[in-house]
Design a protein around this ligand. Structure first.
Ligand SMILES: *Cc1c(COP(=O)(O)O)cnc(C)c1O
Length: 376
């Protein structure tokens, strides 16, 4: 008899979602606009402390619109964290622009400010000053935003903060997504909260958000007929999806608590194993979207992250290697990269453990028991 599946990160409804969705049906707001869209945007502002938010069809759409708002065009260069999911970088190429990949540092696994500076100075020396910087709060761990923003200001380059995995994370109580000129969020099915699929753009700059809403609804000019002076996109969030989002916002703090509990439990239960966890630097608060470990076969008598993954799979437990860096991806390998191999090493040795907020104590025990057996 196979044991029930333990997923890496699965949707977790809070209870209010269906009520809000029913309200959308009862009032016939089945469209990419409506009261739940407005309400969800307000909820996101209240939660993050951002002044403005636009609910969109995906986090990827939010990154794409950010690049357009910053005037990124064909052959422009955009600096992007290499250690991330491909959605951080794809929109750069949608614009015909060139991604310049930057390595990670070991404290947060996010963009290295050292290589960010080296990359900027080298691009400028080639007469190619980058138009934007995309740091990522990977797995919920905040990037070193103080250092990154200082460099961005020094060189006068805009920052698009990819907080797709970092909703609920903060540095000294300031929410991830609110440090950059623009912040992007994702509500895909595997994220800390979900609208089944969706995203948002947040910014202190009201103009950016107004312009984002305009572009996201086919860039329709103010006229009684359909009049267009810009290329538009169909990137707005549906009122039905926003209804799910409003329900999820009522439990977001609990979801952060549960994910942090998972991480603390793994750390405690697996403390005797020769594996490493990433710690929160002073003042950093991670939502611990995914709990990750590093497994160095030189310290484990040859046990690799792949051995652990396969062992867990025999117990019907899903785990997954850390993101493969973008500069090593066939589709991106022709683009410049600045770094020293940190992201590559994280990829080689890293594993994400089951991290859903709906895991039971029994689920968590099944994971840790299997790992202890493998090492003993
Ligand atoms: C999920 C994710 C995105 C994209 O969000 P979607 O809503 O799936 O389009 C972007 N960046 C990172 C780091 C992500 O994890």
């Amino acid at each position: 008899m196979t044991k029930p599946k333990i997923w890496l990160s699965s949707p977790h409804m809070g209870g209010k979602e269906f009520e809000y969705v029913k309200e959308a049906f009862d009032t016939n707001w089945i469209a990419p606009l409506g009261p739940h869209v407005d309400g969800f945007e307000k909820d996101l502002c209240d939660f993050t402390g951002s002044k403005n938010a636009a609910a969109l069809s995906a986090g990827t759409a939010a990154i794409h619109l950010s690049l357009i708002l910053l005037g990124v065009e064909r052959d422009d260069e955009v600096l992007c964290q290499s250690f991330t999911f491909s959605a951080s970088a794809n929109p750069i190429v949608y614009q015909g622009a060139i991604p310049i990949f930057v390595d990670s540092e070991t404290d947060t696994w996010n963009m290295s400010s050292k290589y960010l500076r080296i990359a900027i100075e080298d691009r400028i020396s080639k007469g190619r000053k980058p138009k934007a910087i995309i740091p990522v709060h990977l797995y919920g761990m905040p990037a070193q935003m103080k250092e990154i923003m200082a460099i961005a200001h020094e060189f006068d380059i805009a920052v698009i903060e990819d907080a797709a995995e970092g909703l609920g994370s903060k540095i000294n109580e300031k929410a991830c997504g609110t440090f950059g000129d623009l912040g992007i969020l994702s509500f895909n099915g595997n994220k800390i909260i979900t609208t089944s699929g969706g995203g948002a753009l947040i910014s202190e700059n009201e103009n950016y958000i107004k312009q984002a809403r305009f572009l996201a609804t086919q860039a329709r000019d103010a006229a009684p007929h359909y009049q267009h002076s810009h290329i538009g996109y169909n990137y707005r969030m549906s009122n039905v999806c926003a209804a799910i989002g409003r329900g999820q916002m009522t439990v977001l703090n609990d979801r952060v608590k549960q994910r942090r509990f998972n991480h603390a439990y793994y750390e405690q239960q697996l403390a005797d194993l020769p594996i490493q966890f990433v710690k929160e630097p002073e003042g950093f608060f991670s939502n611990r979207w995914l709990s990750c470990i590093l497994v160095d076969p030189k310290k484990t008598n040859g046990i690799s992250r792949e051995d652990i993954r396969l062992a867990l799979e025999t117990e019907n437990i899903e785990s997954r290697p850390l993101w493969k860096p973008m500069h090593l991806q066939p589709v991106f390998e022709k683009y410049p990269f600045y770094g020293d191999g940190t992201a590559e090493k994280l990829f080689e040795n890293g594993l994400c453990l089951p991290s859903g907020s709906n895991l039971t104590m029994d689920d968590l025990k099944r994971v840790t028991e299997k790992m202890k057996t493998l090492f003993n």
